[in-house]
Design a protein around this ligand. Sequence first.
Ligand code: ME8
Length: 652
Amino acid sequence: MTRNSYYITTPIYYPSDNLHIGHAYCTTVADSLARFHRTKGEDVFFLTGSDEHGLKIQRKAKEKGVTPIEYVDKIIANFKFLWKQLNISNNDFIRTSEERHHKVVQDTLQKIYDKGDIYKKNYEGLYCVPCESYWLERQLDENGCCPDCHRPVEKMQEESYFFKMSKYEEWWMSFIEENPDFIQPASRRNEMINFVKQGLEDLCITRTTFDWGVPVPFDSKHVVYVWFDALLNYLTGIKYGSDDAMFNKFWPASLHLVGKEIVRFHTIIWPIMLHAMGVEMPEKVYGHGWLVVDGDKMSKSKGNVIDPLALIDEFGADAIRYFLLREINLGSDGNFSRDALITRTNADLANDLGNLLHRTVSMIEKYHKGVVNDAGVSEAVDDELKTLAAATVENFIKDMDGMEINTAIKGVWAFISRANKYIDETAPWVLAKNPEKAARLETVMYNLAESLRIIAILVSPFIPSASPKIYTQLGLAVPEQFLLAEAKWGGLANGTKVAKGDPLYPRIEIAEDGSTIIGGKKYEPKVSAPAPAQEEPKFAMEPIKEEITFDVFEKMDLRVGKVIAAEKVKKSKKLLKLQVEIGPEVRTIVSGISQYYEPEAMIGKNVIVVANLAPAKLMGIESFGMLLAASDGQGNLVLADAPNMPSGARVK
Ligand code: ME8
């Protein structure tokens, strides 16, 4: 029996100060698959989240003089903001620091402990803090460093609990043999089999050297090792142990999509944990490749880390999504380049798709006052178009089911090209001059509009903001969910009235200085701002203003706000555009602090906002409120803040 539910997960991300395009890649792929399964009419649950515990986070928080939860909170707000900007349709966002997750981890540990699969022993080993992994001397690289990340390891000794992985080696081998599709692509399956053939060691699953983690229920000196904790998020997210109906509906997971470097954790440790717990196996783990930038691995020191938020701001979410999905073969490493992104966007989105819509709708308006009407005067070329439409839908489903996302996209664009060619072949402008061809012209226009209706459904998993716009221009009501069942020829009703709108995607022009011009707006090439000038303060106090009554003062509503995103306002030296969370709402506030605060440093900061100030436009951006700051009039400015207060709290 085929199930009508689909459960897809991304890895839960480590809270990283540097969001990069690699983060966006995995989530975009998962989102396109989730959306595809929704177009099949399936009940989809798409989970992503954050992996927040461990020594690394505890140390970073200490360095910054904040608690671990304060440190991660602001980073997670930034992640959530990115997913929103990227149009990610996750059903939930799980944080391992949440109570609901702690409960699942503790219950699981207790269960496996009671079964006798967890034991205590003294352990001495070489520990890699960034990877949160113990290594044996013989496993280190040629420089005596971590074999995964090649950074130095530290000698650590601690009393630890161990999970009896070795006990399940044979079970694992037979499970993998009986389920050849469990690990994908096949090359990664062979890697894993070779790894286990060398022998499985028991896994150290608790730590006493830090306390930022889930406490072990049967020994409170210990916290749970991050991977044992993290993997269980996939159960917490669908309410394992607290809502059987929900859990049974979505488990086993249809797909865990992960990066290639963490396939080992997901295909060896995870199935063995589940087996020890008596929980069914997930259906599939897929290890995708890595994204490199201009052929080079992304790294802070190389300065080639691409900030996805800046990219979305410039090119829009659809262009980024489309590029990542179209350009990269899922199982292999892929290259990100700005030039390639611009070329792809112009060719496929602005030209092929954008022009097809624009030409079609313009002609229907010009020739038929906007009304679509199939007069039934068909020619052979129409059959070719219709046959290709049906084959495109069929191949699209086959390719997406097989996770051949870029092949699926190529198929859809082949159909878009065919439809563009159909315009040239039928030459509607010639038909329009001949009254005897009036009925034929109507059919040609119908066929084009109908092609676009089907295209809108097919592109919805990849460029989700395009589909509603296409439907609207075609005069169709935008459905809550685009469905493949409706991608059958003939669904467009006669009498539908189209309505021309803005171009779907503006063409990206490149100016001589390397900046881009998109929809008439110029985007300067990114250069880092010089450090603020250090001057000797020569403070001269301004006279105090005239007295006001308490009633007047009380009219001012001051609130604590938390900055969740910040960017420089283009062409302005002074202004930063901020997204500020005030209780449940998020506001745009433009503030003249750019010379004093880098956008990155603003994220997570608590500020004081004049919350009931009438909106004002600054450099064309509407600003809803103002930040309070102290200024000495000599070029020094410090924002007023309220650390450790919840956003929305009143300032009196
Ligand atoms: O591994 N290209 O978290 P993470 C493609 N917390 N993918 C990339 C990438 C790049 N340049 N950089 C990172 C963890 N990723 C664990 C997961 S799951 C129970 C715990 C991908 O933040 C990476 O391959 O280091 C991985 O799949 C994901 O981002 C999260 O990486």
